[in-house]
Design a protein. Structure first.
Length: 244
């Protein structure tokens, strides 16, 4: 049974909505985090599963009326990324889904209750007080349609499943999230480590994020570039080992 969705502001106007689900992805359980970017045109990144919609929507309603929501984004096709999309579109009649152009073409145009906004790589979306940039990351963490979002005014990266940490850790940390996430990766092997994974991850490092808003686990506050470079080095090592 899921606990109540908790709300924490991890950066100015960036709210983390976290629900811990025991027994998911191993005995330690797993957090499912969505992020509300509060702006003139607020955005929700990750919808959560349909089963979590009542709790997550109630948490958003503690911050603002659901009707204010204007944008709904996510990385790729997966239930925790976009399972409750149509529930959110029904609750927020003025909201529009945004996703990669590829993702819109291969599935979202047919599945979403309203036409989505197709984003191209490095495209910016001005929310009014916040600016998000869509970065295409095909197959990283997984999914041909995958992408991540970078909020420029707070230098917050929303990396989807990258840096997944097991259990129910604190909302934010300045400590190590790389080693705990590599332990999960080595156990479950959930990342598509393609030949482009290291360079894609280093491209994210070049953004020099001050916050990494992990979908599962603590959000990291600090030198995000170094943390991402460490992840890129891990992927490069995996590729070298596979080539032997």
């Amino acid at each position: 049974m899921a606990n109540e969705t908790r709300v924490d502001e991890i950066a100015a106007g960036i709210h983390r909505l976290s629900t811990f689900v025991p027994g998911t992805a191993g005995p330690a359980g797993l957090q499912f985090n969505q992020f509300l970017i509060d702006a003139d045109q607020p955005m929700l990144f990750h919808t959560g599963q349909r089963s979590l919609f009542p709790g997550v929507s109630a948490a958003v309603a503690r911050i603002m009326p659901l009707e204010r929501l204007r944008w709904i984004g996510f990385s790729h096709i997966e239930s925790d990324e976009c399972g409750a999309l149509n529930e959110w579109l029904a609750a927020a009649p003025a909201a529009t889904a945004m996703h990669s152009r590829l993702g819109c073409n291969i599935w979202l145009n047919e599945w979403a209750a309203r036409p989505p906004r197709a984003m191209v790589d490095d495209e910016r979306l001005d929310l009014g007080g916040k600016v998000v940039r869509w970065l295409a990351t095909p197959h990283l963490p997984h999914g041909w349609d995958a992408g991540v979002v970078f909020e420029e005014t707070t230098a917050t990266l929303f990396p989807s499943d990258l840096f997944t940490q097991a259990g129910d850790p604190a909302a934010t940390t300045g400590g190590d999230i790389l080693d705990p996430s590599l332990a999960v990766e080595k156990s479950f092997g959930f990342t598509s480590v393609t030949p482009t994974a290291p360079s894609t991850t280093r491209r994210l490092a070049d953004l020099a994020p001050r916050a990494i808003a992990a979908m599962h686990g603590s959000s990291f506050l600090g030198d995000g570039a170094a943390t991402l470079r460490g992840l890129a080095d891990f992927y490069a090592g995996r590729l070298r080992a596979a080539a032997v």
